[in-house]
Design a protein around this ligand. Structure first.
Ligand SMILES: Cc1cc2nc3c(=O)[nH]c(=O)nc-3n(C[C@H](O)[C@H](O)[C@H](O)COP(=O)(O)OP(=O)(O)OC[C@H]3O[C@@H](n4cnc5c(N)ncnc54)[C@H](O)[C@@H]3O)c2cc1C
Length: 384
């Protein structure tokens, strides 16, 4: 039997960040349990890697205010790269209602200490990106410290640093059951039985299955998201930010010598669907060419497109902290499309809560599991 002070179930970017933060805070004997032969095969390896502080709820803004400087100094702190590219996020509003929404968000973001965010006029956007169809763009909001990271590199950096400082990664070990034993937990995996004082659920889209093992119904559902990379394309600048067309949610960013195209298909339904639907290409290209007419010339190789999961909660906010029903069992789940950008803050928050019972990074009660039963859901509308 293996013993651990803290066992983290799932070695994606969230489990890896928690392993890093716990280890950096002095916790010895952290064990990450991962069912795959190598981490990153869950949502983390499928992500678009966008990081932004342009949110509408204070708690999401606070988590990003920790994450973005963290990613900016990742290599300095950890000695591994995360490929942070501060190219910004540009939200383009096409209605006065959307512009009023961006203005209200901007005021909140600035009040909370976000620098480098600015409202921009339609003419500025048209001037900077004449390739955009700009006739209906009334304005927008841009933050230059938003941008992208390489999620796989960040996850690897967190895990390698933690392993260099005493944490252990147990691969090929699928958790099959968890039982509560004498103030701790016994975790049966396909490789080893693990005894741990504290368990953290970091199982991404599979979080509800892990919670069920301790008798908890966790409101986290997998929702398929598809991304379409293009072949090399030089008719749009590669220094561009993530550009979001608020009229329909289509967004894109430079990736390698081409672009990465994303759109939230409202017809998608929850479930473990991992196949990429070729019909999605036509749907997204229609929106791409509508906003960026030169995108009519894009070349797509459908074999390079992929699908992964968002881990959705009813209020699009993560569930963080200790279970009120199974003490010692913690959640780090339900990032609803923001798990990469919120992994650094999640690591810090979980490490604080496990080691001291308190965190000063956010008001942790806002994101606890009890909010659903107590009717305290928080709504984030800036979900892409
Ligand atoms: C197409 C797409 C685009 C995205 N774009 C962005 C973006 O731009 N910005 C952003 O911040 N986020 C984005 N996300 C979301 C982000 O990728 C996720 O929120 C994040 O990766 C979640 O990390 P995780 O570690 O919680 O989950 P995962 O990476 O899924 O890791 C969970 C791990 O748990 C393991 N596991 C599961 N069950 C068991 C078990 N029984 N036993 C042992 N191990 C188990 C899995 O093998 C997996 O490795 C995107 C997601 C997708 C799919």
């Amino acid at each position: 039997m293996l013993t651990a002070e803290v066992a983290l179930i799932g070695g994606g970017i969230v489990g890896s960040s928690i392993a890093y933060h716990l280890t950096a805070a002095g916790c010895r004997n952290v064990l990450v349990i991962e069912r795959e032969s190598s981490p990153g095969k869950g949502s983390t390896g499928k992500s678009m890697g966008g990081v932004r502080a342009q949110f509408s709820t204070p708690v999401n803004i606070q988590m990003s205010l920790y994450a973005i400087p963290f990613y900016a100094s990742f290599e300095e702190r950890l000695g591994y790269p995360c490929d942070y590219r501060p190219q910004g996020y540009l939200f383009c509003a096409t209605t006065d209602k959307h512009m009023a929404y961006l203005r209200a968000n901007y005021q909140k973001q600035v009040a909370m200490g976000l620098k480098n965010v600015q409202l921009v006029a339609g003419d500025e956007i048209r001037g900077r990106f004449p390739q955009l169809r700009g006739d209906d763009i009334v304005g927008g909001s841009f933050c230059s410290t938003d941008g992208f990271v390489d999620p796989y590199s960040a996850m690897t950096g967190f895990m390698l640093w933690a392993a260099d400082h005493g944490a252990t990664l147990l691969r090929n070990a699928a958790v099959a059951s968890i039982s509560q034993r004498g103030g701790g937990f016994e975790i049966t995996t396909t490789r080893e039985v693990v005894s741990a004082r504290v368990v953290v659920n970091c199982a991404g889209p599979w979080a509800a299955e892990i919670a069920r093992m301790v008798g908890i119904t966790l409101p986290v559902e997998p929702l398929r998201r598809m991304l379409v990379p293009t072949e090399p394309f030089d008719q749009f600048p590669h220094t561009a930010p993530m550009i979001v067309d608020m009229s329909n949610g289509f967004h894109f960013r430079p990736e390698s010598r081409g672009f990465l195209l994303a759109w939230n298909d409202p017809e998608e339904t929850p479930g473990y669907k991992t196949d990429f639907d070729p019909a999605f290409i036509e749907k997204i290209l229609m929106r791409a060419a509508d906003r960026v007419p030169v995108f009519e010339n894009l070349e797509i190789n459908p074999k390079k497109a992929w699908a992964g999961f968002y881990e959705m909660t009813p209020d699009h906010h993560p569930i963080l902290g200790e279970s009120p029903e199974a003490l010692g069992f913690f959640f780090a789940n339900g990032f609803s499309g923001h798990g990469v950008m919120h992994a650094p803050a999640t690591g810090r928050i979980l490490s604080d809560l496990i080691l001291t019972g308190h965190t000063d990074l956010i008001d942790a009660s806002l994101l606890n599991f009890s909010r659903f039963a107590e009717g305290r859901m928080i709504h984030e509308t800036a979900v892409l």
